[in-house]
Write a protein that binds this ligand. Sequence first.
Ligand code: 5GP
Length: 117
Amino acid sequence: MSAYDPDNIFAKILRGEIPSTRVYEDDETLAFMDIMPRADGHLLVIPKTPCRNVLDASPAQLEAVIRSVQTLAKAAKAAFDADGVTIQQFNEAAGGQEVFHLHFHILPRHEGVALRA
Ligand code: 5GP
């Protein structure tokens, strides 16, 4: 596994160097809207500290992020009047990861509606 790159896109979002639509923040985590949403309300949850993915995460980082993921999954389901929520997470390029700062996707889902490509 490669080292954490402090110039990845989400690190720049954390530092405020590139814009994002922030929807939630606490001491340890940040959530913002995905720039190419695959469902209405598609958002991303990240730790504020450097971490490449789940394979690289400390128990404390995972605990903080999962706590926010649960909070935001419930909030997004209610806000978008969804029937369910898909939570997705990818690790390394071979695992589908494109941005190498740990993140979880939260995708509100409606019966019979497929995710966009
Ligand atoms: P993954 O690494 O989980 O495969 O995908 C990274 C996700 O980050 C994609 O859903 C993509 O749309 C999103 N993304 C990539 N660049 C940006 C950006 O600059 N801003 C935001 N808000 N999302 C981004």
